[in-house]
Design a protein. Structure first.
Length: 345
């Protein structure tokens, strides 16, 4: 059921009782072991807790001429569903983010036989919000509107979900697409639908695994957002992913977050990067050697982050076309949600 859109767009910054700032993360380490990790800290404690090998580091300069991290600005969140049980977790994430950003939420389903599909098959927005304690039981659409939330449910006829989704997004662009990655009729949903949609739509896409963990609890709507993994390289530039997770953490009012910036390769190839700093946030830099996908998954297994965020450019060459992009290959084996952020053009 359509609900009047009472949302408004505002740009606000995260606040903190202490001075927020940005730090330039750029180091030069002449020799290193296969695994190197250090922590970026405020200037007053920059050297505390860092191993003796830090003598190879250039000083990390501090700057305060960058703005504070801003809230994530989303006007439209798009969530396709196939009505299986797995998308319940993805729907919870889409709804939580729509509430946090006051974005319009579109829930979209494609089916060849519309006559066999009931609106009751769609995720129940009001029942979910009532379970989360945000509206009373047996509430009306007006109660949803009072939360600043606008929800649209669309049932489309078609035998090609990917084509139908992309056609809709071409006419109604989304700022964020939230997709479940699960088995669909014996065929991997993320390979047949999720990956092409993310690649062709050009929208920032949040993938929620059906087998693994998320950062929003389905039963009560609470979230757990303490650790975020951001693989970085020179191409594509990592700033869009860093900016996205910073804004997301700000939007969800996360007071304590540990960000791990992972670079697979030599230290000399690690990109120069400014990272937004806020009281309670820490930025760890980790270097690994070996296969990029394997090392990303190794760090995910070791640190169990609530989110992996990657800047992506899709398929860049013949091998990527055969195997999938680095982001897609990580997605197929990751146990936590993955946020794919389009590279800046």
């Amino acid at each position: 059921m359509d609900v009047p859109d009472n949302s408004s767009t505002r740009r606000s910054t995260c606040s903190s009782s202490t001075k927020d700032h940005f730090v330039e993360a750029s180091t030069r380490l002449e020799q290193f072991e296969p695994v190197v990790s250090w922590v970026l800290r405020p200037e007053s404690s920059m050297r505390e807790g860092i191993p003796a090998s830090d003598s190879f580091h250039e000083p990390i300069s501090m700057t305060n001429d960058w703005p504070h991290p801003h809230r994530l600005e989303l006007g439209h969140i798009f969530h396709p569903t196939d009505f299986s049980s797995a998308p319940d977790v993805a729907f919870a994430h889409a709804l939580k983010l729509a509430l946090a950003t006051k974005a319009k939420l579109t829930i979209f389903h494609v089916n060849e036989e519309l006559e066999e599909t009931s609106w009751e098959h769609f995720p129940h927005v009001r029942a979910t919000l009532a379970r989360w304690g945000l509206i009373p039981p047996r509430s009306s659409p007006h109660d949803i509107a009072n939360l600043g939330l606008s929800v649209e449910k669309i049932l489309a006829r078609g035998d090609d979900p990917t084509a139908a989704i992309l056609e809709y997004l071409s006419r109604h662009p989304a700022d964020l697409v939230v997709l479940a990655t699960h088995q669909l009729g014996g065929q991997p949903f993320f390979q047949s639908v999720a990956e092409p949609v993310a690649r062709e739509s050009g929208a920032m896409t949040l993938f929620i695994p059906s087998q693994g963990w998320g950062f929003v609890r389905v039963d009560d709507g609470t979230f757990h957002f303490r650790k975020i993994l951001v693989p970085i390289d020179t191409s594509p530039a990592p700033f869009p992913a860093v900016q996205a997770v910073s804004s997301l953490s700000c939007t969800l009012a996360c007071e304590h977050v540990a960000f791990t910036l992972l670079h697979v390769g030599k230290e000399t190839t690690m990109p120069f990067l400014r990272t937004p700093r806020q009281s309670g946030w820490t930025w760890h830099i980790t270097l690994r050697r070996g296969d990029v996908v394997e090392q990303i998954l190794n760090v995910e297994r070791e640190e169990t982050p609530e989110l992996i965020a990657m800047t992506t450019q899709g398929h860049q060459g013949f091998l990527d076309a055969l195997r999938g992009s680095t982001t897609e290959r990580v997605l197929r084996l990751a146990h936590c949600p993955l946020l794919a952020v389009p590279a800046t053009k």
